[in-house]
Design a protein around this ligand. Structure first.
Ligand SMILES: NC(=O)c1ccc[n+]([C@@H]2O[C@H](COP(=O)([O-])OP(=O)(O)OC[C@H]3O[C@@H](n4cnc5c(N)ncnc54)[C@H](O)[C@@H]3O)[C@@H](O)[C@H]2O)c1
Length: 352
């Protein structure tokens, strides 16, 4: 029996998670997937009430007692520095060593792309390194607030860290009939980390002779993702470059409302969350697009090895857009709840 912790979180989180869990449960039931969902009270309300975002014991239990977690979103104007978000998300990311940030960017519905003539075959999966690079917190400040102020951020790259994300990208490509893996870096300027990434990429890549392999500088890649995104299948890159490029690719393939993500340590634990934030400007209005959260439900099923159930949810997403059962951001008039209910009905009764 798979156990999934559910953290609805802040803002639109409870709304989109409500729709996503309904769809997840319906798809699991339909495919005989043994799955239980367990709500967790984490977020701004709890932080403001108790003065603590998550305890060490809770963090251990969340990681140890569950196979995966589904998060809605965290971020609340009542917590101006979003301290609770950092404690919860970064605590879990580093606590569970979630070294893969998995970001599928598939053009499900070409009309949603801002590109003039998008290629319907566009389907990129990003493997963003999630624990190192410029996000490792190394660096320092000196003479803060004076004209002599110094601020440094250091990019941490370990052989172990690079090896495991590159290997994950190749293994995913091999297991999912993907013909190309592309390394993105800035090896012409960031020569030391570039050399490490390229050496490891070549070494791991030599074990996958059937897969085309190339590397791109990040600036050229930013242009190419707009010019010919259909060329890319699996992209592996560092924390910062992956953060930026996966948002670019998400926009090219339909935007924030559709983009799911996973933070994964294979075989251990994973946390799935929509790429969008808590959208306080529309919270409580019932108009938040639940499709990114529903996409996370599909990723959870895929992570649990339930590919047929996951594919069925993806089909539901495409179908809802095709028939126009969407929230206003995609041009429809449905509420968040109605989109979820329509999908559950489609799963249970095969109706559209
Ligand atoms: N991983 C996370 O939990 C996460 C990610 C990004 C931002 N945040 C937090 O969320 C809060 C708001 O951040 P922001 O405004 O920069 O980004 P945001 O993604 O919440 O919102 C950006 C814009 O997109 C719209 N939007 C976002 N999701 C939508 C959806 N599902 N349906 C329809 N419209 C949607 C919003 O209304 C807003 O206009 C901040 O506190 C931020 O720190 C959290």
């Amino acid at each position: 029996m798979a156990r999934v912790a559910v953290v609805a979180g802040d803002g639109i989180g409870p709304e989109v998670v409500g729709a996503a869990t309904a769809v997840l449960e319906a798809a699991a039931e339909l495919h005989g997937v043994a799955l239980t969902l367990h709500p967790w009270d984490l977020g701004a309300d709890r932080y403001l009430r108790d003065g603590v975002a998550i305890t060490g014991e809770e963090r251990e239990r969340l990681i140890g007692d569950y196979d995966a977690a589904l998060f809605g979103a965290l971020g609340d104007p009542r917590v101006p520095d979003n301290a609770h978000t950092r404690d919860i998300l970064l605590g879990l990311r580093f606590g569970a060593d979630l070294y893969i940030n998995f970001r599928p960017c598939k053009l499900l519905v070409p009309a949603l792309s801002p590109l003039r003539d998008p290629d319907p075959a566009t389907d990129i999966v990003f493997f963003r390194e999630n624990t190192e690079g410029l996000y490792a917190g190394l660096g320092g400040s000196f003479k803060v607030g004076t004209p002599d102020e110094v601020a440094t951020e250091e990019s941490l790259n370990t052989w172990k860290g690079v090896e495991r994300i590159v290997r994950a990208a190749f293994e995913y490509a091999a297991g999912n009939s993907r013909g190309r893996v592309t390394l993105v870096d800035k090896a012409n300027v960031l020569a030391r980390e570039g050399a490490l990434w390229r050496r490891v990429f070549a070494e791991i890549g030599s074990g996958f002779p059937g897969i085309a392999q190339d590397s791109m500088y990040v600036d050229a890649m930013a242009m190419d993702l707009v010019r010919r995104p259909q060329r890319y299948e699996v992209v592996v890159t560092s924390n910062l470059f992956g953060d930026i490029l996966s948002d670019l690719a998400a926009q090219v393939t339909g935007g924030l409302g559709l983009a799911p993500s996973g933070n994964i340590h294979p075989g251990s634990w994973a946390l799935f969350e929509p790429v969008h934030g808590s959208a306080p400007d529309i919270a409580g209005k019932g108009i938040a697009n639940p499709l990114a959260a529903v996409g996370c439900a599909a990723l959870i099923l895929g992570y649990l090895g339930e590919d047929a159930a996951a594919a069925e949810i993806d089909e539901c997403i495409v179908a809802s857009i095709r028939v126009g059962v969407t929230t206003p951001d995609l041009g429809g008039a449905a509420t968040t709840r109605e989109v979820g209910e329509w999908m559950v009905d489609r799963l249970r009764n095969g109706r559209e």
